[in-house]
Write a protein that binds this ligand. Structure first.
Ligand code: PHE
Length: 357
């Protein structure tokens, strides 16, 4: 009787299993798969050799071989699953970013740290100067009724001076017209009303904030800009006090070689009124294109509180007097940092912003 073709099956199966357990990568497993269970595998050639057996023995050997194949294929799948898990683990580890290492190393952090913009910085600097001079800082609404923005400031409806302010109207309806404030002067009215209501005069305050005018933006105008308003209401205040405050502020903010001058002007809410100018910061007074050769740049307006304004808020003009001033925060930033085009202030170009960190 010839020896069964499956005489060595147990050993052969054990060899296949140990080959499988020695496979260390998915690639190696894929390469070995055909020779382990495919058409050219030992299992396939054993299958062929069963053809020489008689039907009875072939059936028994077939079942035996089937079982061996099942064991080998199961081992192969198990190995594949294990290698997949390992491969995934390796790739996770390779992708892991150790932030501790990055921070400790000399690698330049690719993210820039943010900082306040030029307008906010300038506003803070201006506030600091006025706080140093004994002023408090107050806030007011950006949307105002016609009464606060105009009427209480001695600018009645249809008054020709309204043309000085190109106004954005929010609501033309009854009972009142509502506007985007064209200047910070309406905050004066809020402050004085509050002081009267709480019996807390005198007032020494500055009020920075955003204003709006129907301007077409160009190199020196924006439809939205910022002003800082100053208001003093006290006993025995004179025009000399106003001029002194303006001059002290100018030197403190722009430096000792820049001074101020007041020229007659007109505002409905101050009497007398003045335009407030400072030495041209470009040519330091020598005369240049920016200042039209005058050596001076206009910064804002000012004046003694008009009695009509005091009356509108119920302050006794026989006991109290005061002055107000208002000027552009954007304009200060422009002058101090020689920004040639105001539009740079609102464009948010990081190359511009980054210069003021
Ligand atoms: N509100 C005025 C303007 O915007 C400036 C100003 C303020 C003038 C206070 C006098 C007193 O043009």
């Amino acid at each position: 009787m010839p020896t069964s073709p499956l005489a060595d099956l147990a050993q052969q199966t054990a060899d296949l299993l140990s080959t499988i357990s020695a496979l260390s990568t998915l690639d190696a497993l894929r390469d070995a798969e055909a020779s382990l269970t495919g058409k050219r595998s030992i299992l396939a050639s054993l299958q062929k050799s069963l053809g020489t057996l008689d039907p009875e023995a072939r059936k028994a050997a077939g079942a035996q071989l089937q079982e061996a194949r099942r064991v080998v294929e199961a081992a192969l799948e198990e190995r594949r699953a294990l290698l997949r898990r390992d491969a995934r683990q390796l790739s996770l580890e390779a992708d892991r970013l150790d932030l501790g290492d990055v921070i400790a190393s000399d690698v330049r952090w690719p993210l820039a740290v943010g900082h306040p913009g030029l307008i906010a910085l300038t506003q803070r600097e201006l506030e600091d100067v006025f706080i140093g001079m004994g002023f408090t800082v107050a806030d007011g609404p950006e949307v105002e009724s016609d009464w606060y923005n105009f009427e209480a400031l001695n600018i009645p409806p249809a008054h020709p001076a309204r043309g000085l302010w190109d106004t954005f109207y929010v609501d033309l309806g009854e009972p009142e017209t509502v506007v985007l404030r064209t200047h910070t002067s309406p905050t004066q009215i809020h402050l004085m009303e509050r002081a009267v209501a709480t019996d807390s005069l005198p007032i020494h305050s500055v009020m920075p904030g955003r204003c709006f005018r129907r301007d077409t933006p160009d190199a020196s105008h924006l439809y939205s800009f910022h002003q800082i308003e100053g208001l003093v209401v006290d006993r025995g205040i004179s025009f000399g006090d106003l001029a002194g405050v303006i001059e002290t502020f100018t030197r403190a903010y722009f430096g000792p070689d820049i001074s101020s001058r007041l020229r007659p002007g007109y505002f409905p809410f101050t009497e007398p009124s003045a335009e407030f100018e400072v030495t041209c910061t470009i040519c330091r007074g020598a005369g240049c294109r920016t200042c039209s050769s005058s050596g001076w740049l206009e910064l804002g307006g000012c004046g003694m509180l008009d009695p009509a304004v005091l009356e509108a808020v119920g302050i006794d003009g026989d006991q109290w007097s005061g002055f107000a001033f208002g000027f552009g925060i954007d304009r200060c930033a422009q002058m101090r940092h020689e920004v040639s085009d105001m539009r740079a202030l609102i464009e948010n170009d990081v190359r511009f912003l980054g210069q003021f960190s």
